[in-house]
Ligand binder design. Structure first.
Ligand SMILES: [Cu+2]
Length: 499
């Protein structure tokens, strides 16, 4: 345990931090004497109970227990490569094999015997700081665990609430950025009010050396992390972790409770569900609640309990309303609500596929097929067309339309476009750098702006253009990722005036 603090206490800044933590704790102790929210319910009763742990988005069932018990929690740290996005691999460090880590549920007054195991295959030592613990480091100083070892410590859950836990081994930021966080719920003695569904959602920001959605294995980027410039902002550790057939589900007229955490390491979340109003929010995870909330702020290392009633069927989109994070960094999940239409409350067209783009798509199977084929060198034109079609629907069809016809006077057609067909390679530059100024397509002039689509990686640009060239009566042909790479390397900007 001394090892854990060696690097830590070396810096003056950390000492100040520890000193202020100590002051906070002592002030807190004085404060809690006449405060019922923090209570010692006496010694544990009955036989020891093994805590049920669940992987996100699941939450262990309510405890329905009316006495304080000794609860044994066994949590294993596993370092493990998983997909952070379609075709993108990342080495996550996990509590229980998932990001966020296993959800822990105990009762106020319980005595928790905590076992932290670090899998023998791990490269790093790890520990755990539970914000629901009253004691130095929240358990961190007692749980430093080398690979292939196990630590044990015991704490009493004095305060009810929803608390973040995380690894606090130096470099702390790196352990957190790699996914080492989760939630522990300390139920009040009477339990929480019954609901139809409880779900576990936790935001985190991730830093990879490659760009957003750049394929292949992506290492952690310390510099981006220090600069607080995440490549990904995600719910439950992966883009698409809760979309398509993994979407959260509910029926109309059900009560939903979301335990929403934010692991950070850096960003604060503006948590919002598009199309729902939170009836109740236990903001900052505290005991008071706010009613009728649209967006709730969840600090890094904080959590909230959000409750709402489903009424109208459809797809509800969970986002960080710092909205570029939702549409360009992955902070988007879906709750699908089934049930009869409620025209009196809401009448209109449903899920807007253009608004959500490819983020809402049920499956990007063709994209992953193409990614795998490209990796093994067997990529065919048809693979590219299939993948490109799915990407086009999410990225280009909003302007050029699904049938490639464009909109007269506003968006030029890609269907039988002389601009596209006469020089397919030129269109690579259009996607990478955008297009502005006058441009003539099939004898009609357009003078508008196409924004650069440089969030797309080389494979994606190649597949989308190959799809366009082989659709809607176009002349066929193929664009390769290597063509895109070469074009990206050029610094020139494509000016419509040059044509
Ligand atoms: Cu760690």
């Amino acid at each position: 345990m001394k090892d854990m603090f060696r690097g830590f206490s070396a810096s003056v800044a950390s000492r100040i931090l520890l000193a202020s933590l100590f002051l906070t704790l002592s002030a807190h102790a004085a404060d809690t004497k006449n405060n019922k929210s923090s209570s010692d319910f006496g010694p544990p009763q009955g036989k020891p109970i093994h805590a049920v742990l669940t992987s996100p988005p699941n939450v262990p069932p309510p405890l329905h227990r009316n006495y304080p018990a000794k609860v044994i929690v066994e949590l294993e740290v596993v370092e493990k490569e998983m997909a952070i996005s379609e075709g993108v691999k990342y080495m996550f460090w996990t509590f229980g094999g998932t990001v966020p880590g296993s959800f822990i549920r105990v009762r106020q007054g319980d005595t928790v015997e905590f076992h932290l195991k670090n899998h023998p295959s791990s490269k790093m030592p790890h520990n755990i700081d539970l914000h629901g613990v009253t004691g130095p480091g929240g358990g961190a100083s007692s749980s430093f665990t080398a690979p292939g070892h196990e630590s044990q410590f015991t704490f009493k859950a004095l305060n009810e609430g929803i608390y973040v836990y995380h690894c606090a081994t130096a470099p702390v930021g790196m352990h957190v950025a790699n996914g080492m966080y989760g939630l522990i719920l300390v139920e009040p003695p009477q339990g929480l009010s019954p609901v139809d569904h409880e779900y576990y959602v936790m935001q985190g920001d991730f830093y990879t050396t490659g760009k957003y959605r750049e394929k292949g294995y992506q290492p952690f980027d310390m510099e981006k992390a220090i600069d607080e410039k995440p490549t990904y902002v995600l719910f439950n550790g992966a883009e698409g972790s809760m979309t398509g057939d993994k979407a959260l589900t509910a029926k109309t007229d059900e009560k939903i409770r979301l335990f929403v955490g934010n692991g950070g390491p850096n960003l604060v979340s503006s948590f919002h569900v598009i199309g729902a109003i939170f009836d109740k929010v236990r903001f900052e995870g505290g005991s008071n609640f706010q009613k009728n909330v649209q967006t709730t702020l969840i600090p890094a290392g904080g959590a909230a309990v959000v409750e709402y009633q489903t009424k109208v069927p459809g797809s509800y989109v969970l986002v960080d309303h710092s909205i570029f994070r939702a549409f360009n960094k992955g902070a988007l999940a879906i709750m699908k609500v089934d049930g009869p239409a409620k025209k009196d409350i809401y009448s209109g067209k449903e899920l807007d596929s253009v608004y959500l783009g490819d983020r809402a798509q049920a499956d990007l199977a063709a994209v992953s097929t193409a990614t795998k084929a490209a990796e093994s060198g067997t990529l065919t034109v048809q693979d590219q067309v299939n993948a490109g079609g799915q990407l086009f629907a999410g990225t280009c069809s909003v302007c050029h339309q699904a049938n490639g016809a464009g909109l007269p006077g506003v968006f030029p057609p890609l269907a039988q476009s002389d601009y596209l067909n006469s020089d397919p390679q030129r269109s690579i530059g259009v996607l990478l750098r955008g297009l502005t100024g006058k441009v003539t397509v099939n004898g009609k002039e357009f003078d508008s702006v196409m924004p650069a689509m440089n969030q797309l990686n080389d494979d994606e640009v190649a597949n989308i253009l190959t799809y366009a060239l082989n659709s809607w009566g176009n002349k066929g042909g193929r664009i390769l990722a290597s063509d895109v790479k070469a074009e990206r390397a050029k610094a020139v900007s494509v000016k419509a005036a040059a044509h």
